[in-house]
Design a protein around this ligand. Sequence first.
Ligand code: SAH
Ligand code: SF4
Ligand code: F3S
Length: 495
Amino acid sequence: MAERRYLLRTFGCQMNEHDSERIAGLLTADGYVPTEEAAEAQVVVFNTCAIRENADNRLYGNLGHLRPLKVRNPRMRIVVAGCLVQKDGPRIQERAPWVDVVVGTHALPELLDLLRRAEAEGPQMDVREYTEVFPSALPARREVEHHAWVSVSVGCDNACTFCIVPLVRGPQRSRPIGDVLAEVQGLARRGVVEVTLLGQNVNTYGRDLTVPGSSRRPLFGDLLRSVNEVEGLRRIRFTSPHPHDFTPDVIDAMAEGEKVCEHIHFPLQSGSDRVLRAMRRSYRRERYLEWLGAIRAAIPGVAVSTDIIVGFPGETEEDFGDTLDVVERARFDQAYTFRYSPRPGTRAAQMPGQVPEGVVAERFERLVRLQEAISLARMLEQVGSAQEILVEGTGRKGRIQGRTRTNRVVHLDGEHRPGAFLDVRIVAAHPHHLDGELAAGVRGAQGASERERASVAPRGERGVRGAQGASERERASVAPVTGRSGRRSADAPGR
Ligand code: SAH
Ligand code: SF4
Ligand code: F3S
């Protein structure tokens, strides 16, 4: 029998990408092999995201393109999965009746059964409200050997007024700590050296857990400490956290755990107290900066990235000025900037004072310009330093692309397999990546030479994309963040 092939497109964040690994894993276990050609695929899967405006139009556009292929090849099966399904599954079936399987984020374990049933009975849909099996518990087809996503919780109990995630992913549900540890141990035994712990609000891990026979719940700090003990593992990352939940215990666990990388994502969203209140973010600007100061004091050299929304309803020029002010004071290494996008079903979408597009665009440009200058200045501070990088693959111009513990992308010449650790010295800086040299070939001095500093890229030159930095086009629209270098999803920038 000819090989059966599947085509899988991923549109969302790390969580969505993690789900895609499981979709690929299930299909692989059933004997399918991947393809990039829709025309030769027996199964086509769209794993959708609902953060982005127009996600549904784009989905229907994609489904429309598939229709003639399906007419020619009636054995083709089309699957729509992901967050958009969770939001409007029945509508997808109505508008695109040629879709065979509509499967929500909580129903992924049923995928193969749904496909089989579609074969016998016609279109199937499973959109349930509750996760019983965590995606990490399903077979995976991972794209790289040395890194793995590990889901520790799903859902979010916050109610940020702009955000669709709680509506599509439901309330938080944490995975028992023993299950997470067993998975990480298994991965480390198979050669994984870096894990990224995933949760929509990852640092509230455990609040919803009870341990039989104990009055204490395992919390995120406990989880970090336990994962830090796993033999063979070298690096631990996590995403995405909420600033409010970087409790002293979490900060201590980060500072003490030698495998926990010195990088935090600390989503600001806005620097205006008025806007933060309207967003239902629990902190205010001064508190946010105090927390940041405490984290930097506890974890020397920590790199900080953030998310910022421009043009939230009612945002005035003064509010926006407050955001610029916090950005200047916080000196983020990277910022993922988003134009506010009303998501039907969220509170903010109903609010008066929606900001005109032109105003948002102009503010957005100012913010990006300011942050680019800060990003470059932060990168310049790295020139001359010694860093351990983990090789991730080949970057632009065939150079090695690796990443520091602080999540900075480094390019250097040579050939090393993904997963290798190299000691390098940083010789030049760009806003979104650094250039390095193998430490063995470098003079011992710590400071950069005149020549090296002179090779620093002019402000505004873009670094490689897909890793830390989103391209201008990508920044210009609301895009969830996802992926790691070399593991890009269909249209999301990387964090
Ligand atoms: N769990 C993550 C959020 C995932 S969405 C967290 O709490 O950090 C990633 C980012 O998208 C958010 O931090 C926010 O900056 C942005 N975002 C979410 N909804 C948005 C909207 N409606 N308009 C613009 N940006 C939005
Ligand atoms: Fe939850 Fe993050 Fe969305 Fe807020 S922005 S509701 S914390 S997922
Ligand atoms: Fe869902 Fe992630 Fe998008 S949780 S809505 S795929 S940003």
